[in-house]
Design a protein around this ligand. Structure first.
Ligand code: NAD
Length: 485
């Protein structure tokens, strides 16, 4: 069955859909059923060439517009996305498996927020004036050129918009390569941007796996690479970008700590742990998957958590009553199953879940393990699935040092009623985004990104402007030039 929102072809180049079926076929599989719902083809070298050329040509004219003119188009696109939120959410649900209950509020709407926010900022971008006696310097904030966005599979629409919006606001063009696992939604974003008045060539979508991404990263006409993906992929892309001295933004993986003190509101702490582990079936980079619970409240926490886990509704993701969907792919299910089996073998106590459902699609029930120790794989590796590891602790200093004992540094949360302790703890945890008595909020107004191996640069907020523009300093001499000879 074809849905009204189904994209018309594999790629989007120079303001229209493009196809070349000689590229390797990539089946798009609905995670809830295992059915193939579409097939796209990987971009061929000829298509890559067309996209880079179109982007380069369009970018110069785009940069010559005023910021207000650019911003108006982005804000129009935001409005169109909101008008079509339901259709876009259905497509996102079919592509990713995430429940419609989630996609209706967290995907296209979040993309629209970014287009609206950066659309508003576009007209405010300025340089500065630096007076030096009679002489002076002024700075010009200039675009980088053609930027490359490479996406992960968990938030396809959001990732495309979070990268496109600041890039376009600053006067750049973008080529976006979605994850080969969820390739459809970015094409709809491209279509909507065109409808909103974005000139052809400024936002192009090319499909393909890592090889297509790598070919784009290495092209000397690409000025910047913004990746959302895993740490191993980040290492490769960062190295390839370094060879060309390109700008980068790296939004990578995490194994974030969620610290629950004995004075926390238990109900909120349990809610935060559920939200920070099981939203999108646990496939969220910033999830608080190492849940450190103070020993004094550990059993109380676990028993209330076990009760509330009964509220997970697994079912057709298009049914709005469903609040827990499948994993994105057979491969992801295998990874999660393997971690569950290893955790059991290592003696972690399974409180609930971890059962693979005997039905088509990639289903496993959300798992909670207690009595996890720091050296177990489920406490160290990013699983990217619905597996919560509960660890216990005694003192504040101890939990801070254990929370920081990881290569990652994406997010962290603390639940406590003691405000001094809350601020003291977040000041010491090594993480780019921290939450006090909350988890996983990602408003476009706030910077988002990781410390340590979790990333370089920041998305969203005014901070993203610095990552999609460069400053030119212009020295203006008012008097004579004094030369040595
Ligand atoms: P991945 O690293 O396997 O792939 C990410 C993207 O990189 C894909 O589009 C892939 O095709 C491309 N790619 C792979 N090798 C490449 C290469 N050599 N050159 C160029 N491109 C290449 O990640 P994934 O499995 O799609 O997504 C899950 C990961 O993404 C998790 O680690 C998760 O934490 C991370 N993630 C991070 C954030 C964040 O904002 N920090 C958000 C979502 C997901």
């Amino acid at each position: 069955m074809t849905y009204p929102t189904q994209p018309q072809a594999s790629h989007y180049i120079a303001g229209e859909y493009a196809e070349d079926t000689s590229g390797a076929p990539i089946p798009v599989i609905c995670p809830a059923t295992g059915d193939t719902i579409a097939t796209v083809h990987a971009a061929t070298p000829a298509l890559i060439e067309r996209a880079i050329t179109a982007a380069g040509e369009a970018q110069r004219a785009w940069a010559a517009l005023t910021g207000t003119e650019r911003g108006r188009i982005l804000r129009r696109a935001a409005d169109l996305i909101r008008e079509r939120n339901r259709d876009l959410s259905v497509l996102e649900t079919r592509d990713t498996g995430k429940p419609l209950q989630e996609t209706l509020v967290a995907d296209a709407t979040s993309g629209a927020d970014a287009l609206e926010y950066f659309g508003g900022l576009a007209g405010t971008l300025t340089g500065e004036h630096i007076q030096l006696g009679e002489d002076w310097v002024y700075t010009r904030r200039e675009p980088l050129g053609v930027c490359l966005g490479i996406g992960a599979w968990n938030y396809p629409t959001q990732i495309a918009c979070w990268k496109a919006a600041p890039a376009l606001a600053c006067g750049n063009a973008m080529i976006f390569k979605p994850s080969e696992t969820t390739p459809l939604s970015a094409l709809k974003v491209a279509e909507i941007l065109t409808e909103a008045g974005l000139p052809a060539g400024l936002f192009n979508v090319l499909q393909g796996a890592g090889d297509v991404g790598a070919a784009l990263v290495e092209d000397p006409r690409i000025a910047k690479v913004s990746l959302t993906g895993s740490v191993p992929t980040g290492r490769k892309i960062y190295a390839a970008a370094a060879a060309g001295i390109k700008h980068v933004t790296m939004e990578l993986g995490g194994k974030s700590p969620l610290i629950i003190f004995d004075d926390a509101d238990l109900e909120d702490a349990v809610g935060g742990a559920i939200l920070g582990n099981f939203y999108s079936s646990g496939q969220v980079c910033s999830n608080g998957t190492r849940v450190f619970v103070h020993r004094a409240i550990k059993e109380k926490f676990l028993s209330r958590l076990a009760e509330r886990m009964q509220g997970a509704v697994l079912g057709d993701p298009l049914d709005e009553a469903t609040n827990f969907g499948p994993l994105v792919s057979a491969r992801q299910l295998e990874i999660v199953q393997d971690h569950v089996a290893r955790a059991k073998a290592k003696g972690a106590r399974l409180i609930t879940g971890g059962e693979v459902l005997d039905q088509p699609g990639f289903w496993i029930s959300p798992a909670v393990f207690a009595d996890v120790s720091d050296d177990m794989a489920i406490a160290r590796d990013e699983i990217f699935g619905p597996v919560m590891a509960v660890l216990d602790f005694e003192t504040e200093d101890e939990v801070i040092s254990r929370a920081n004992a990881t290569e990652f540094g994406l997010s962290a949360g603390v639940f406590t009623r003691d405000i001094s302790r809350a601020h003291r703890v977040v000041a010491q945890v090594q993480a780019g985004t921290c939450f006090i008595n909350s988890y996983n909020d990602a408003p476009v107004e706030a910077p988002f990104g990781g410390m340590k191996a979790s990333g370089v640069g920041r998305e969203n907020s005014k901070a993203a402007i610095a990552h999609y523009s460069q400053l030119k300093s212009v020295y203006v001499r008012m008097g004579r030039v004094e030369a040595p000879f």
